[in-house]
Design a binder for this molecule. Structure first.
Ligand SMILES: [Zn+2]
Length: 430
């Protein structure tokens, strides 16, 4: 007897639908037709069944705080940091937890079941750290939440940042964070990268730095991160987040830098929703886009995982915990519209994010956990195009969320009465 039988599931890379049998939280069989009793049968009807989404870069301490204590008028990163500085002394653990848990509810409804969140440790009370550690404990049954000790105001620029960062790690925060481009000088930024990598090496932890989130082509902290990763043997557990200065770098320098990033096994996490809005703000025209060199990094074999970064906070007024929206913006902002690249964008917000977070490969397979999302779309590209409805969200065989399919009722002379947004165009083949 099975717990759940999913009929006619279209796996991301499969041409034909298959049935998926689930027992005791695991996938026990995938076959064209499975004849077995099940406590519950879900008819996927040929729709896409994919691994859950992963967001490897988020700020859960600030999420859903839009307008507190005021709005970001310039729309810049720096006003966002200043605004967050005004909000920080007003934070209470209860308010941080309440917003974070509300966000996690939204995330589950969107099939987003693994999140790496930075948490600002430049607050002597460590209010947000304590609150998010409690949130991590509470959501553990349904979300893999990793926390990064993030010295938002600079490891050296903020007086107690290093002490507080070490305290946060002692309290159980998972990852070492940093923001070298926000230190007072290039040299202080370089020193901070070295120190943070040494802390990660000493403690056996991953390191994930906000690196060169700047339009300054001479912001080259990613180079130091790669070199320190090699020096200290941190390959595979070091990440450069944002890396937007690479967009503006001299091409010759970039041609030397990208192989170094690959050699160091760095993960790179671009955040398209945020950087398409934050970067280029001091340009007149032409105005720069705000993404790192995704195509070139991919071609060099680097794991590039798209992140969301923000939802309704001092830096970004929009966002909806929707990693398909993140992939959609990435495709536009790079731009990368080949079918290969668009299919990659879907893997980037599933398998790519899991690799960056050091989680097991979530590809759906026999013997693996029955953690999956059934989408109202027939393939990954259509899912991105439609930001498809998550019909079912399962974690280890348990249904966490269900959403009714989107369907419009039409009143048009001589036309069909209903419209399923996922079924009015053929799937394109390569
Ligand atoms: Zn960030």
């Amino acid at each position: 007897m099975l717990d759940i039988l999913v009929r006619a599931a279209r796996l991301p890379d499969a041409k034909l639908p298959a049935d998926i049998a689930i027992r005791d939280g695991r996938i026990v069989e995938i076959a064209p037709r499975i004849e077995a009793q099940a406590a519950r049968v879900i008819d996927a009807a040929g729709q896409l069944v994919a691994p859950p989404f992963v967001d490897p870069h988020f700020h859960m301490d600030a999420t859903l705080s839009l307008g507190l204590p005021r709005l970001n008028r310039s729309g810049t990163l720096l006003e966002g940091i200043a605004l967050w500085g005004e909000l920080k002394p007003l934070l209470t653990p209860e308010a941080v937890m309440e917003r974070a848990l509300r966000y996690c509810d939204l995330a589950v409804s969107q099939g987003l079941l693994a999140i790496r969140s930075h948490v600002d440790v430049c607050d002597d009370r460590l209010t947000a750290t304590e609150a998010l550690l409690e949130v991590r404990r509470r959501v553990a049954p349904y979300i893999d939440l990793q926390l990064v000790a993030f010295p938002q105001d600079g490891l050296y620029r903020s007086p107690n940042a290093e002490k507080n960062l070490l305290r946060a790690l002692d309290m159980g925060v998972d990852v070492v964070g940093g923001i070298p481009h926000f230190e007072r000088t290039m040299q202080a930024g370089t020193d901070s990268v070295r120190r943070l990598c040494e802390i990660a090496a000493d403690r056996g932890l991953p390191v994930d730095l906000h690196c060169d989130e700047s339009d300054d082509p001479l912001s080259r902290h990613i180079e130091t991160l790669a070199a320190e990763t090699l020096r200290l043997g941190l390959q595979g557990r070091a990440t450069g987040s944002h890396c937007t200065s690479m967009h503006s770098m001299d091409n010759y320098y970039a041609s030397k830098l990208i192989p170094l990033i690959a050699e160091a096994g760095l993960h790179i996490i671009p955040n398209p929703l945020i950087n398409i809005t934050l970067q280029g703000r001091s340009d007149t025209y032409p105005r720069r886009r705000g993404l790192t060199r995704i195509a070139e990094l991919r071609a060099a074999g680097v794991n590039v995982a798209l992140g969301q970064d923000c939802t309704m906070d001092p830096w970004y007024p929009l966002g909806s915990a929707d990693m398909l929206e993140v992939a959609h913006m990435g495709i536009h902002a790079v731009p990368m519209t080949s079918r290969e690249a668009m299919a990659w964008a879907f893997r980037s917000v599933t398998q790519g994010g899991a690799a960056a977070m050091g989680l097991p490969d979530p590809t759906l397979r026999v013997g693996g956990p029955a953690s999956l999302v059934i989408l109202q779309a027939r393939d990954p590209i259509e899912a991105i195009r439609l930001r498809a409805t998550r019909l079912y969200v399962l974690r280890e065989g348990r249904i966490l969320a269900e959403t009714a399919p989107r369907q419009a009722r039409l009143s048009l002379p001589g036309r069909p009465e209903t419209l399923d947004p996922a079924a009015y165009a053929p799937i394109a083949e390569d």
